[in-house]
Design a protein around this ligand. Structure first.
Ligand code: ATP
Ligand code: MG
Length: 225
């Protein structure tokens, strides 16, 4: 059995959801822009769609997820988050792409209205610094349902990804074991309105998001057990 409750906060424009066991609501957020929120939302939605009907809510004013979906080639539905109430009952999993620079109140609503807050972060000094502020804000509101996903990780011998991971884990922050590698295929996928699996013959980018999705699933299973 799955239960889902939905409410919409007219003031903040943020949907408030709660879901029971294996019906996941995942919000993708960050204080910093351009760190891969939309790319992550699209590919997590594609992963969860392989398991059960999944809806991607575009909560960003720039409508990047909706634009990605415009050619009609994605394997899941994307709607404006303000239309959520009309659609949500038909889906088991919901991914929310949010806009950058949420204020503290937004963050509180976001963290309180999802099962998991995924925080994409690129492995560079500025992003890590901003992420530190995000984690501090989350700690202040007592939220612990978040996990950091390193994105746009440059290939070896560059060690930025490993160093960022070490820094985050030594600071006690929850980090996905998987990082998402830097691939031009992600940019082409956005332009063509498809997932990276359709572009990258070696399937490396998709494999990264597949692993991230599986990490989410196994963590949620162990919570549910
Ligand atoms: N793994 C990756 N490898 C290479 N490029 C990437 C990767 N992930 C994202 N990008 C590119 O980085 C840019 C920013 O990504 P994206 O739009 O997903 O970030 P965002 O956090 O949603 O940005 P915004 O704050 O503007 O909403 C885009 O050009 C995207 O194609
Ligand atoms: Mg975006």
């Amino acid at each position: 059995m799955q239960l889902r409750h939905y409410a919409y906060d007219l003031n903040s424009g943020i949907g408030i959801y709660s879901a029971r066991i294996l019906s996941m609501v995942i919000s993708v957020a960050s204080y910093k822009g351009g760190v891969g929120k939309t790319t992550t939302s699209i590919h997590l939605a594609a992963y969860f769609q392989t398991l059960a009907p999944t809806l991607l809510l575009d909560g960003d004013l720039n409508r990047s997820s909706l634009r990605w979906a415009e050619p009609g080639k994605l394997p899941f539905q994307v709607v404006d988050h303000r239309q959520a109430a009309m659609h949500i009952h038909r889906y088991q999993h919901v991914i929310v792409d949010t806009q950058a620079r949420p204020d503290e109140q937004d963050m509180k609503v976001l963290a309180g209205s999802c099962d998991l807050l995924v925080l994409p972060c690129t492995p560079d000094a500025i992003s890590l610094q901003v992420l530190g502020d995000t984690a501090a804000a989350l700690r202040k509101i007592g939220a612990s349902n978040y996990r950091i996903l390193l994105t746009v990780v440059p290939p070896r011998p560059n060690r930025d990804g490993e160093e960022a991971r070490q820094y985050l884990t030594s600071s006690g922050m929850p980090v996905f074991r998987t990082g998402i590698r830097r691939l031009v295929a992600f940019q082409r996928a956005a332009l063509e309105g498809v997932t990276v699996a359709e572009i990258d013959r070696k399937n490396l980018g998709w494999a990264d998001y597949l692993q991230a999705g599986e990490e989410i699933l196994s963590a949620s299973r162990s919570v549910a057990a």
